[in-house]
Ligand binder design. Structure first.
Ligand SMILES: Cc1cc2nc3c(=O)[nH]c(=O)nc-3n(C[C@H](O)[C@H](O)[C@H](O)COP(=O)(O)O)c2cc1C
Length: 226
């Protein structure tokens, strides 16, 4: 996926983790983004921390964030090995506290290759759709919209309220990509890892990041076998 001797790509991608279910998508996305050699600017909401703790059993300290807790997270249900990430790739990660509006990603003058909010809660959807910007996640998202840069939101909720649907429509109309955490089942699913990777692969595709973490559709199969 990446030449380990290459420096991280210096046009960063912004990743925000908020308090919707699906923390594993964020953990994997962060790992794959760094593995692709991209620089990442990361911020996490307090509800994002609560969901990470609930779903992954990992305690995140927002004041002293340790990225390896997420990047190297290995779920008990995973059928794969998740060796520690090359420390050189961690140099590509910059963390920002969710209340710090003095960070570069709060300004349109700081160039990025786009932003993804994964997972994206209904509250964060609403805050962005109504230009409320009560924290750095929402401010950075608004910056991406005003600068006409890529913004990918990954909501996870079911069923969807009329308000959530309206907020998604507003964001889509403003140029955001609404990419719900809805894994497909058509790509040859052998494990939960494959379902996680389906969503993460679709996000990486949005940023043009070469990935072969899932089998791509090449026509119909019978009983999952091509
Ligand atoms: C364990 C847990 C799971 C949650 N799952 C979802 C969810 O799937 N979707 C959602 O929109 N909100 C979910 N919430 C509620 C949000 O965390 C809550 O609305 C919060 O205000 C979101 O704040 P944030 O957008 O700043 O992260 C969940 C909360 C908890 C504690």
């Amino acid at each position: 996926m990446h030449d380990p001797d290459a420096a991280p790509s210096h046009v960063p991608i912004v990743l925000a983790i908020t308090g919707a279910s699906g923390a594993i998508y964020a953990a994997r996305l962060l790992r794959y983004l760094l593995a692709s050699g991209r620089s990442v600017h990361l911020t996490i909401s307090p509800s994002g921390v609560a969901v990470i703790e609930q779903e992954l059993g990992v305690t995140i300290d927002l004041q002293r964030f340790d990225p390896t807790l997420l990047i190297d997270f290995s779920p008990a249900w995973s059928s794969r090995d998740w060796p520690p990430t090359d420390p050189k790739l961690l140099a590509g990660l910059t963390y920002h506290h969710y209340q710090n509006f003095l960070t570069p990603i709060a300004s349109g003058s700081f160039l990025t290759a786009g932003m993804v909010i994964c997972p994206c809660s209904g509250s964060t959807l609403a805050g962005i759709a109504h230009a409320a910007s009560t924290n750095l996640v929402q401010r950075a998202a608004e910056v991406h919209l005003k600068e006409r840069r890529k913004l990918v939101v990954v909501p996870r909720e079911t069923p969807l309220s009329t308000f959530a649907l309206e907020n998604m429509q507003r964001l889509s109309a403003a140029g955001a990509i609404v990419l719900p955490a809805m894994p497909g089942w058509y790509h040859g699913v052998d494990s939960l890892d494959d379902l996680v990777d389906f969503v993460v692969s679709r996000i990486l595709d949005q940023f043009g990041i070469d990935n072969s973490i899932i089998s791509r559709w090449e026509g119909p199969t019978v009983g999952g076998q091509r």
